[in-house]
Design a protein around this ligand. Structure first.
Ligand code: HEC
Length: 238
């Protein structure tokens, strides 16, 4: 751990305390003076926001306009993906397998692939467009991504026609074989949109109460160990 000379650490503590007080004051001000500028950074440009905003959701929200089919996808996959994932998406050496594995999930050796495991096709679009080809992420054009996904679907027997046009229009017509095995988390202590309603996203009033302070709790061990650490039974994970 970094050690400061005494004078410095006292100064550091004062500055930190001042910053915390300022932080509290500022957060109080924020609602009253939402537009106040602090002279830090700059507003993100529209292009920057667009480059960031690439998530695709199960209902198709976020899909870019475009189209492709498996026949075209086969050539793109061979050029950009097959070196790791195999010509037929079967996986080379220990690179991930993207096809097959249906009905293996309950077996001793489950093979989790896009076809056997993934609940929604949107994950394939989001992930491939965002992260692949490995080492060269976000270079795929939307049409290339649609074509590659159509090819992966063909290799997984989810579609059988290599001319089927996968596009932002037809995308949600595809149902993944394992979707039904994903169920809502209905544990009584878990947040559940169906049960609890949509979570608050704006001007949320929180009824969180501070019940203890870390310093009082003594969670930061001093030299020789904190009281809590001494009290904890040996091998306890608390
Ligand atoms: C250099 C090797 C390499 C190339 C080329 C490559 N990938 Fe991957 N791919 C990986 C690795 C490694 C992972 C696992 C990454 C991780 O888990 O963080 C992965 C994961 C994936 C997954 C998720 C697999 C799963 O079930 O979790 C998909 C889908 C995928 N790649 C598709 C593609 C597509 C489509 C292309 C071509 C556009 C491509 N990859 C190119 C190495 C590669």
């Amino acid at each position: 751990m970094l050690k400061f000379p005494k004078a410095v650490s006292r100064r550091f503590a004062q500055v930190t305390a001042a910053a915390m007080v300022a932080g509290v004051a500022m957060s109080g001000m924020a609602s009253a003076e939402e537009t106040k500028k602090f002279g830090l950074g700059r507003e993100a440009t529209e292009e920057e926001v667009a480059a960031w905003d690439i998530d695709v959701r199960p209902d198709g929200k976020g899909l870019p306009v475009g189209k492709g089919n498996a026949a075209k996808g086969e050539a793109i996959f061979a050029a950009k993906c097959a070196i790791c994932h195999g010509d037929f998406a079967e996986g080379v050496d220990r690179w991930p397998v993207l096809a097959g594995g249906r009905d293996t999930l309950k077996s001793q050796n489950p093979v989790k692939t896009v076809g056997s495991y993934w609940p929604y096709l949107s994950t394939a679009f989001d992930y491939i467009h965002r992260a692949m080809p490995f080492g060269n992420a976000q270079t795929l054009k939307p049409d290339e991504t649609y074509s590659i996904i159509a090819y992966i679907l063909l290799m997984n027997d989810v579609i059988t026609d290599d001319q089927f046009e996968l596009s932002d229009k037809t995308f949600t017509s595809i149902q993944m074989p394992n979707e039904k095995n994903f169920i809502d988390d209905d544990r009584p202590d878990a947040k559940n949109v169906k049960k609890d309603g949509e979570p608050c996203m704006k001007d949320c009033k929180s009824d969180v109460k501070i019940t203890m302070h870390a310093r009082v709790l003594d969670v930061t061990p001093e030299t020789g160990g904190s009281k809590n650490n001494e009290d904890a039974p040996k091998g306890s994970i608390d």
